[in-house]
Design a protein around this ligand. Structure first.
Ligand SMILES: [Zn+2]
Ligand SMILES: [Zn+2]
Length: 96
């Protein structure tokens, strides 16, 4: 099984990405220890491809070239959510 699917608590700040518990100490959209495979926001406009939240300066976040890798990771996050029985729709990215 892939390592990233077991990822849950950021070693940097102790934030639990499955429950949203803990103090998030890393940058809002980029926990230092979050595996690349679970990053689903555009590095350029920070649009979140799982929650469809964001205020993208990119014209069309669904096709913007910066978000290519992030869009490909959406399936990973969905698998991760099933694995951890996460009800919330994002990896703690956003304002909760
Ligand atoms: Zn962190
Ligand atoms: Zn973008």
């Amino acid at each position: 099984m892939a390592k990233w699917i077991e990822f849950r608590t950021c070693q940097g700040c102790g934030y639990d990405l499955a429950t949203g518990e803990g103090e998030r100490g890393c940058a809002l959209h980029d926990c230092a220890y979050m595996p690349e495979e679970l990053k689903v926001f555009c590095p350029s406009c920070l649009f979140d491809f799982v929650t469809m939240e964001g205020n993208p300066p990119c014209d069309d976040p669904m096709t913007c070239e910066h978000g290519e890798a992030a869009r490909a990771n959406v399936a990973n996050v969905e698998a991760w959510q099933r694995h951890h029985a996460v009800v919330a729709s994002s990896l703690g990215v956003g304002d909760h």
